[in-house]
Design a protein around this ligand. Structure first.
Ligand code: AMP
Length: 526
């Protein structure tokens, strides 16, 4: 099955029903489908063929979606690109994917034009100059489907070259159906969509979920907390999806609302893409009476696990249980299953798992072991709670200090339980004695100042001393990417630089040595 056909079948079923409302303009299912068909015909007339790559760098707009489904419907491969990417990044993605067509806006093209002019086989299509056919006489053939590639999504990549995750029609359909079941989507649902469209969260989880269910999606171009609260009430929304940064801003804004919104139609608030702290979970519940449903996924696999749709079975800090059709293992560095409740790397198998990294057979081979995908995430399962999954961080972010493993998230949770701290990030810095030493970057709540010693004492009273930060850096804010994901590599660079020159974001720091460092050498993940 071709994914675009699946969505077109939904359109045929829901005809006059509003599919998408983007900034006050409504597109019914029928209108949406017709537009997709017009775009598909336009692509066909441009000579696009099955398997050709089409890179789309557009701001959040309805045309992005028309292009996306049109590309899939003719059997071509969609490459959604972050509208913030700079010319050097764009040229990399276009070259790496050997794209045949680049869809963008005039202003973006003006910036990238000279950098990409050597790509002689690349056609350019500007949003402002589309030439759409007036009518379509026949619907697309929906060629290709199943294991054929539907999309290449470049991973947010914290180190090295970004890798293009090749995702098949089957991967997307399997995941959409699993989420449909897990979150009990129905055609009565109204989703408020404030996420970017170039990322799997906003595109595959939110948009596909909605269109497959025959629900209605209210799409805002930008995330504005006050507007979200207002819209949820006004439009009688039933679903909302966000990343933790979005939830934090909603929490902050709630306090400023003169009128607290009526959320009686809401079914579920869903969070993912980055860890939701227990403080955010409980604060949101205290304010709104809703327990956020946290789920876990990644570009390469789509969604892997989710908390229960019944809120009584949701737990803070847990990403829930594997979705239908998804198998999870937690393994040590030899690839053996760890003992109950031990931390190891999360491995995933299922129809949701991508086909490999585009043009990188070696990276693909490294990423798989006997059909299991190595996520690079560290986690553990609570066998007494039915295998409930918890994540503790990325394997690459694990700190090994004096031979001991330190999972940054554990320390961040302790730090963030202190009322002065808005957010924190714990990383390891090279250290002669200990290999790595634990340091924390901390953003304080506004108008609060506090001595670093107090925060270190706060940790020492709750954590073994080897886990406690030896140095604290106060920062105005932590570096995050467009999905609200913390960029610890950038933070580490800032901190290392600040040793020689104080960066504006690093206001103050303190070296603090904890006595009695351990010198044990046990370890099972590195
Ligand atoms: P991306 O491919 O950009 O979606 O990033 C995927 C990564 O985001 C995963 O491998 C996890 O490290 C992280 N992630 C996604 N959801 C969660 C979650 N609920 N809690 C913690 N980390 C998450």
């Amino acid at each position: 099955m071709n994914l675009a056909r699946l969505i077109s079948e939904s359109a045929a079923k829901y005809g006059d029903k509003p599919a998408i409302i983007f900034e006050e303009k409504t597109w019914t299912y029928q209108e949406f489908d017709l537009q997709v068909q017009r775009y598909a015909l336009m692509l066909d007339r441009l000579g696009l063929k099955q398997g050709d790559r089409v890179a789309v760098q557009l701001p959040k707009c309805i045309e992005f979606l028309f292009f996306h489904f049109a590309i899939l419907s003719i059997g071509a491969i969609a490459l959604p690109l972050n509208p913030d990417y700079r010319p050097e990044e764009i040229v990399y993605f276009l070259t790496d994917s050997s794209s045949s067509l680049f869809v963008t806006t005039s202003d973006r093209f003006a910036k990238v034009q000279t950098t990409i002019q050597h790509l002689s086989d690349l056609q350019i299509l500007l949003l402002e100059k589309l030439s759409l056919p007036e009518s379509v006489t026949s619907s697309p053939e929906y060629t290709l489907g199943g294991d054929e590639i539907a999309m290449i999504c470049y991973t947010s990549g914290t180190t090295g070259r970004c890798k293009g995750a090749a995702i098949s029609h089957r991967n997307l359909i399997a995941n959409t159906k699993a989420l449909h079941q897990a979150w009990q989507w129905s055609d009565r649902d109204v989703l408020l969509h404030v996420l970017p469209l170039f990322h799997v969260h906003g595109l595959n989880v939110a948009t596909l979920g909605c269109l497959y269910a025959g629900a209605t999606m209210i799409m805002h171009e930008k995330f504005e907390p006050r507007r979200v609260w207002k819209t949820l009430e006004l439009e009688k929304c039933t679903l909302f999806m966000g990343v933790p940064t979005i939830y934090q801003r909603l929490i902050n804004e709630w306090k400023n609302l003169e009128h607290k919104p009526d959320l009686s139609k809401m079914r579920v608030f869903i969070s993912g893409s980055a860890p939701l702290s227990d403080r955010q979970f409980y604060q949101f519940e205290n304010l709104t009476n809703f327990r956020i449903l946290e789920r876990y996924g990644m570009t390469e696999t789509g969604m892997n696990a989710s908390n229960h749709i019944d809120s009584a079975h949701r737990k803070a800090k847990s990403v829930g249980f594997p979705l239908a059709g998804v198998e999870v293992r937690i393994v040590d560095r030899h690839g053996d299953d760890v003992a109950i409740a031990e931390v190891g790397e999360v491995w995933i198998r299922g129809e949701n798992v991508f086909q490999g990294y585009w043009g990188m057979p070696d990276k693909t081979a490294e990423a798989f072991v006997n059909g299991w995908f190595r996520t690079g995430d560290l986690g553990f399962q609570d066998r007494e709670d039915g295998g409930r999954l918890y994540l503790v961080g990325r394997a690459k972010e694990l700190i090994i200090t004096g031979g001991f493993n330190v999972y940054p998230k554990e320390i961040e949770n302790v730090l963030e339980s202190h009322e002065a701290i808005k957010e924190s990030a714990v990383i390891g810095l090279p250290d002669e004695d200990f290999g790595e030493k634990v340091v924390a970057a901390i953003a304080l709540k506004e108008e609060i100042s506090i001595a670093p010693e107090v925060l270190i004492e706060h940790c020492k009273s709750r954590l073994a001393s080897y886990k406690c930060p030896k140095q604290i850096f106060f920062v105005a804010e932590l570096p995050r990417n467009a999905m609200g994901k913390l960029q610890k590599n950038i933070l580490a660079q800032q901190i290392l630089l600040s040793r020689t020159a104080v960066l504006p974001s690093i206001a103050n720091s303190l070296e603090y040595t904890t006595p009695n460092q351990p010198n044990a050498t046990t370890d099972h993940i590195s």
